[in-house]
Design a protein around this ligand. Sequence first.
Ligand code: THU
Length: 159
Amino acid sequence: MIQRHLNIDYVEYRSVEEMEPMDRELVAAAMEARKGSYSPYSKFSVGAALRLEDGTIVKGANQENAAYPSGICAERTAMFAAGANYPGKAFDTIAVIAGMHGETCKDPASPCGACRQVMAEYQALGRRPLKVILVGADRIYKFGEVDDILPFIFDSLEA
Ligand code: THU
């Protein structure tokens, strides 16, 4: 038996001012995207902004429905919009921000398992790391690839 440990490296920023201009721009786009949230049931609004390999930024916001499971997260809204409108373009970075009643959560937004799995598939499809920026009011995390937030990733394309 071997006891193994998993180590995840990521960067923590105290504010957007510490970030590179391109990342700062993506965070601003995620904030903007959040305005498109339709979340009358949870009142939890989420915005996502996805940068493609050619620099195009695709935005998404969570969309809810009275039949709850019919709604979809901000991250998947952005990723599916990018997949549908820019097929073949690799995903470079996705930024996510969330909160209630106009406030941003203090802790960084944390994508659900389904969104992480969808990120994993597009990352494999793009054959390059998809960086992930999770924005909170008090701190911001940046991960170098989806594997960092989805260890032991399931990737059918590698099978
Ligand atoms: N939501 C997202 O859009 N992204 C996440 O990462 C977590 C949850 C949405 C789904 C639902 O509209 C609301 O937030 C409450 O769960």
